[in-house]
Design a protein around this ligand. Structure first.
Ligand SMILES: Cc1cc2nc3c(=O)[nH]c(=O)nc-3n(C[C@H](O)[C@H](O)[C@H](O)COP(=O)(O)OP(=O)(O)OC[C@H]3O[C@@H](n4cnc5c(N)ncnc54)[C@H](O)[C@@H]3O)c2cc1C
Length: 533
């Protein structure tokens, strides 16, 4: 390729950056800035939040701070949802074990706001080096330095796998990344899978395999059907929407201690009620006006507002049993609920996944000493986190015993129903390829714990038009119901934990607007890439 082409592309990229540079984070201001900050004295408004994950806790804190009488009902025995921490006994010691390793990213603005308010930043530290191991490529350490487009150029220059030339002349890089537009891209690219998009635009395979596919796997979706629009949003949110977008943090202690417990304590201190081990089956509908009034079987607690902050499969189930139990509804109200449910049912559920944490009698000495490594080509393993290099409790145990604790993430599980005691046999061949030492030095398994779930929403192509927003139930005609969770649509770039927290805040805002209490502002990632247009 001629040098002038490279230089021209480079010049355009620089010009684009200089002239525009990407939207800064945007603040969504309250729609009712002149309303009071809290419910007036003497006014009681009761809110039921179903689900005590990030979305439910986010809504709960905003409302309880503004004087609401909040009850969160959670099915599990601990709060946190997919960020929950439980306790396990291993060789006479109690360990805190999470649902799986998580990273907190720079564009998690509302999550950062919560962390500041809860005073928990001391538990977080930068996770600078992001390692990848491949079958078809050399090992990579991916982290970008400097503003766009220099950060991508830096990645390419440093990479043993990505060609700078191909990256710079790549249509994804030039048009879709630089000119990402959250307001139009879903319409333009939603009906294509990312695989089709790659073919159509001739995306450099190495660029995609090394950078984009690992990011995609974090959604727990199958790459073959994943929507191109969602992938472009991901790339904006985690790479180019901000010059530090790929910066991330991890915790030095378990997620309960670092975040969930302080959050829950704050809600309780302000008078909120947190009820664990309390699965909500169905809700009572007022047959005259369609409002949800209470949990069936508990007439004593009547609510003014309800937020379903449950994961997608649970939301489908609750809507289904609520419709079944309220057989006396008027045909008009029955139709409203049936339409809402039919829409939610159009969002498929992503495949199952497993998270396996293993206590070994030894630690690796001859292998790369990564605290976390992503392994996108070593199915069924996508990510390995060495907890004795991450969290204090595990570091201390490893120091004392010489053992190690390693967590294996297996997304898009394709091996059917395998009992927990057989899971190691399924993943062991991939473990042997990634860290042969574990098998060759015959590490003894002292204990292992398996989480098996299927609770992520699918982001396959063509379904975004059905993905509801937090306020969708009200648009359908249910005056006092909102949704919250990472499976919803947002009008701004967001994903995963940040989407859960942001939609929780949106759900609280729907209620605040109705009750004439000033809404909470949201800080969100800008909707446009760093290009001029
Ligand atoms: C292994 C793993 C790794 C991840 N890594 C990352 C990462 O690095 N970065 C990132 O941003 N995100 C990551 N995520 C995703 C992140 O955890 C989720 O996006 C987020 O926690 C979702 O929060 P939520 O509140 O929307 O849903 P959930 O956490 O699923 O909360 C829903 C809650 O509803 C409860 N519930 C369900 N049914 C009922 C019922 N009938 N009655 C009462 N309660 C009910 C559930 O028990 C749950 O507590 C990861 C997830 C997993 C599993």
């Amino acid at each position: 390729m001629e040098t002038w082409k490279i230089l021209t592309t480079f010049a355009v990229a620089i010009a684009a950056y200089v002239f525009h540079g990407g939207d800064p984070p945007r603040i969504i201001q309250p729609r009712n800035p002149n309303d009071p900050e809290r419910l007036p004295k003497g006014v009681t408004k009761k809110v039921l939040i179903v689900g005590g994950g990030l979305a439910g806790l986010s809504a709960g804190l905003e409302l309880v701070e503004r004087g609401y009488d909040v009850t969160i009902q959670e099915k599990n025995q601990v709060l946190g949802g997919r960020l929950m921490t439980e306790e396990v006994e291993v060789q006479g010691q109690t360990f805190h074990i999470e649902h799986g390793f998580h990273g907190w990213f720079n564009n998690y603005h509302n999550m950062k706001d919560l962390r500041n308010r809860l005073g928990v930043n001391k538990y977080f530290y930068p996770w600078v080096e992001n390692y990848f191991m491949f079958r078809d490529y050399e090992m990579e350490e991916v982290h970008s330095v400097g503003p766009f487009p220099f950060n991508l150029l830096y990645l390419a220059v440093k990479s043993p796998n990505i060609s700078l030339l191909k990256l710079m002349l790549n249509p994804l890089f030039a048009s879709c990344t630089m000119f990402y537009n959250h307001d139009t891209f879903y319409e333009r690219y939603e009906n294509m899978t990312f695989a089709e998009f790659e073919d159509y635009y001739g995306i450099d395979k190495a660029f995609s395999d090394v950078l984009l596919k690992p990011a995609l796997s974090a959604t727990f979706n199958e790459p073959e059907v994943f929507s191109a629009a969602e992938m472009l949003m991901f790339s904006h949110f985690y790479f180019t929407g901000d010059d530090k977008a790929d910066r991330r943090e991890v915790t030095i202690v378990d997620y309960g201690t670092a975040l969930i417990n302080p959050w829950a304590d704050r809600i309780t201190q302000l008078g909120g009620k947190l009820q664990v081990n309390t699965p909500v089956g169905d809700l009572k509908i007022d047959p005259d006006n369609g409002r949800l009034t209470h949990v069936i079987d508990d007439e004593t607690n009547q609510y003014d507002h309800v937020i379903l902050a449950t994961d997608l499969p649970a939301t489908k189930k609750i809507l289904e049993s609520t419709i079944k139990s309220n057989y006396e509804m008027s045909p008009k109200i029955a139709e409203i609920y049936t339409n809402l449910k039919a829409n939610v049912d159009k969002i498929p559920i992503a495949p199952p996944y497993k998270v396996i944490r293993v206590w070994f009698d030894k630690k690796m000495t001859n292998s790369p000493n990564f605290n976390v490594v992503q392994t996108p080509q070593h199915h069924p393993i996508n990510l390995i986190a060495q907890y004795h290099l991450l969290e204090k409790e595990y570091m201390d145990w490893s120091e004392k015993t010489g053992g190690s604790v390693v967590e294996f993430h297996a997304y898009v599980w394709q091996h059917g129903n395998v009992s927990d005691d057989k899971v190691w046999d399924v993943i062991a061949p991939a473990v042997k390829e990634i860290y042969p030492e574990i098998i060759e030095r015959e590490f003894k398994i002292l204990y292992y714990h398996v989480y098996s779930y299927q609770n992520f929403a699918s982001f396959s192509s063509g379904i975004e038009k059905y993905r509801p927003t937090s306020g969708y139930p009200q648009e359908c005609g249910i005056p006092n119901l909102s949704f919250a969770g990472d499976w919803l649509h947002t009008d701004y770039p967001s994903a995963l934990m940040e989407r859960a927290v942001s939609t929780g805040r949106e759900a609280a805002n729907h209620i605040l607007l109705k009750d004439h209490v000033r809404q909470v502002s949201l800080t969100v990632t800008g909707s446009h890439g760093p290009g001029i247009i």
